[in-house]
Design a protein around this ligand. Structure first.
Ligand SMILES: Cc1cc2nc3c(=O)[nH]c(=O)nc-3n(C[C@H](O)[C@H](O)[C@H](O)COP(=O)(O)O)c2cc1C
Length: 330
């Protein structure tokens, strides 16, 4: 499961773990903040997350190393360094994707963390900062030379954001250029996406982000190589399970319930996009992944329509129904 701000909240990671996510990762943590004592909740994990890592962003080698040590003491099993975050606020500070424009500093950051902690260390990259600066092969080599144990590559540039399909041919080039494992990332939504990527590239490790936000059961689908197509009552049960995990984490008092609700509502940005995609849908759109394709409207069963709604009032209603257990059960 890829690192995701907001989306990678602890209860959601637990849910994904229950559906078979192998490795989980914290949301991006700013090293500057962590060393000043902030953001501690972000580096917490649940016992069920047996291979949990902390992702750090920052540009100062010493601070990044200190932050990695804090994460290690808190129980992280690996450290991931963020060199791909496209957000202006982060890039303007010289962190995230900005480091792709400063390859030697990127190497220094990795080397400093390598010297300080003894945990597996990965670097998460994009193809480059922009189309005219696709330097990921050089960056991956530097990461390897600086002591990284793996690199993850999201197959787009910083400036592309989510426009265009992820370039798996270029991710594969990286895999051929380095000796350490390369984790491929971009547009995995169905078992057929994974099958194609396995066939067409030498990549054997994968990161899933938006696909996990749309359907947390994606991990089981990818492991089993077939779609799960949950029934409506099974989908309600998943929502209910998330509410349980969120209330357990945030607390079921007024404050905790408010926080759980905030996350629950946030997740609808992605949950409402679920459709029971078929292999035919996949073939019709390939090489566009269905995650890049606009979803057809849903009609029929009122609950099915409700769960596909992008209307905030409907999401509030769903939250209330989940709390009241007012939904069909199998
Ligand atoms: C809501 C959201 C938050 C994200 N936050 C982070 C983050 O904190 N750190 C990071 O490296 N990438 C972050 N990403 C990028 C994903 O890890 C991933 O690289 C990207 O979404 C491409 O994978 P996908 O096509 O499977 O979504 C985020 C993506 C989303 C959708």
């Amino acid at each position: 499961m890829a690192p995701m701000a907001m989306g990678g909240n602890l209860p959601y990671r637990r849910l994904c773990r229950e559906f078979g996510a192998v490795r989980t990762c914290s949301e991006m943590v700013l090293a500057d903040k962590l060393v000043k004592g902030g953001d501690r909740p972000l580096i917490r994990h649940h016992d069920s997350e047996t291979d949990f890592g902390v992702q750090l962003a920052g540009k100062k080698p010493g601070v990044m190393a200190e932050a990695a040590l804090i994460a290690a003491v808190a129980g992280a099993k690996f450290i991931d360094l963020n060199f791909g975050c496209p957000i202006d606020l982060v890039v303007k500070r010289g962190a995230g994707a900005a480091l792709m424009k400063r390859p030697s500093l990127l190497g220094e950051v990795i080397a400093a963390v390598r010297r300080t902690v003894d945990l597996p260390l990965s670097a998460k990259l994009r193809l480059g900062y922009s189309e005219s600066k696709m330097n990921v092969v050089d960056l991956a080599r530097r990461a390897q030379d600086a002591g990284a144990d793996a690199v993850a590559v999201h197959g787009r540039t910083r400036n592309q954001r989510y426009r265009l399909n992820a370039r798996w041919d270029l991710i594969d080039e990286v895999a051929k250029a380095v000796d350490i494992p390369v984790l491929g990332n971009g547009d995995l939504l169905t078992p057929w996406d994974l099958e194609h990527r396995r066939k067409e590239t030498s990549i054997r490790s994968f990161l899933v982000a938006r696909g996990a936000l749309v359907k947390p059961w994606i991990f089981r689908e990818l492991a089993e190589g077939r779609p799960l197509n949950p029934t409506i009552s099974e989908r309600w049960a998943v929502l209910h399970r998330y509410s349980e995990l969120a209330l357990e984490h945030f607390g079921d008092d007024e404050k905790g319930t408010g926080r759980a609700k905030r996350f629950f509502l946030w997740h609808w940005k992605f949950w409402h996009r679920f459709r029971p995609w078929t292999e035919e849908d996949f073939r019709e759109h390939w090489p566009d992944s269905l995650i890049q394709v606009r979803n057809p409207r849903v009609s029929g069963d009122p609950d099915l329509v409700l769960l596909a709604s992008d209307d905030e009032a409907d999401h509030e209603l769903i939250w209330q129904r989940v709390l009241d257990r007012d939904f069909p059960t199998v």
